[in-house]
Design a binder for this molecule. Structure first.
Ligand code: ADE
Ligand code: ZN
Length: 326
């Protein structure tokens, strides 16, 4: 019964988690036209990565003030807690919000407040990963790291890189990641999702990450899989997202189990749940069924996520104790 397994999520984009009902309500409130955005399965309509990014932008456009972001974070973190999650990190990208005229203080402040309210109501612990959008270019991502270094925030504990992986080589972000690391932030980068094993190697070699967003296409290179295992690199795997975006035909054909059996430290994540008709709970349940993972194996995966979480040691120990008690 995966419902009873304590869960943790390291890889989810906060606007990508926006519940369609909330998006409809805010669009009406702000007078925004969302014609054609919704599909008939309770999610968002798109058909390839470019149209996915376009739909993502339209969903993001309905969040216009601090209270909208509070409502978004509160909705997602309470839904995670209802599925048994004890910890979650979300990617937040102020550059997306800035393009709609939202001040970074309102963006960060609203999300922080929503997570704090969900924590108080449910006990789930939440952190935020400040995330650069790769296709906006290295200069904007660097400015974000500089902002983070100058404006420490207790809930922003990580720095990440998302967006279109096929644009701008990882080495163009090396200085930026050094700034983030020096500022004391945990670091992670999307790699090996839209691009192949070389992209994963570049993230390790140029950015110095110990956690990789996806990284799944490392499976195409056995020497790289061995390196990931040897170096204890943690992969933020998102099987439902990979299947939806056409990397693998179905969950049974996803390399989750092969990576795990090769000794790679793997975690389970939903990425952009309503876009992929999934949720964290569903990812755990579907993987358990398709890859023969019992509750002990799933709990061990949650433990890996907590061990790799961007939190202070006291919080990590508290979360591990909650796992032990479960
Ligand atoms: N931004 C939101 N979801 C993403 C994904 N799956 N890959 C890259 N960038 C993203
Ligand atoms: Zn992602």
């Amino acid at each position: 019964m995966t419902a009873a397994v304590p869960k943790a999520e390291l890889h989810c984009h906060i606007e990508g988690a926006a519940p369609p009902a909330l998006v409809r309500r805010l669009a009406t409130h702000h007078g925004i036209d969302l014609d054609g955005l919704f599909d008939d399965r309770g999610g968002y309509a798109w058909h390839d990565f470019a149209s996915f990014l376009d739909a993502y932008g339209r969903v993001s456009s309905v969040f216009r003030d601090r209270d909208d972001f509070r409502a978004l974070a509160h909705a997602y973190f309470t839904s995670l807690a209802a599925e048994g999650a004890i910890y979650a990190e979300v990617f937040m990208a102020p550059d997306v919000a800035a393009d709609h005229g939202i001040a970074i203080g309102d963006y960060v402040g609203g999300l922080d407040q929503g997570i704090a309210e969900a924590e108080a109501e449910t006990g789930i612990v939440g952190r935020m990963i400040l995330t650069g959008v790769r296709h906006l270019g290295p200069d904007r991502v660097r400015a974000l790291a500089e902002w983070a270094a100058a404006n420490p925030h207790p809930r922003i504990t990580g720095f990440g890189l998302a967006g279109d992986e096929t644009l701008h080589h990882k080495r163009h972000f090396a200085d930026t990641f050094a700034i983030a690391r020096t500022a004391g932030l945990g670091i992670t980068a999307h790699a090996g999702e839209l691009d192949g094993p070389d992209s994963v190697r570049a993230a390790l070699d140029h950015l110095g990450v110990k956690r990789i967003g996806h990284g799944v296409r490392a499976i195409e290179d056995p020497a790289l899989v061995q390196r990931l295992a040897d170096e204890g690199i943690v992969l933020e795997l998102c099987p439902g997202s990979n299947v939806a975006l056409g990397l693998y035909p179905d969950i049974a054909g996803h390399p989750f189990r092969r990576l795990m059996d090769a000794g790679v430290r793997v975690t389970i994540n939903a990425d952009d749940p309503p876009f992929f008709h999934t949720s964290l709970g569903q990812e755990y349940a579907v993987l358990a069924e398709a890859h023969a993972l019992d509750d002990a194996a799933l709990t061990a995966i949650t433990r890996t996520a907590i061990e790799a979480a961007f939190v202070d040691e006291a919080t990590r120990q508290r979360l591990l104790a909650r796992l032990d008690d479960a």
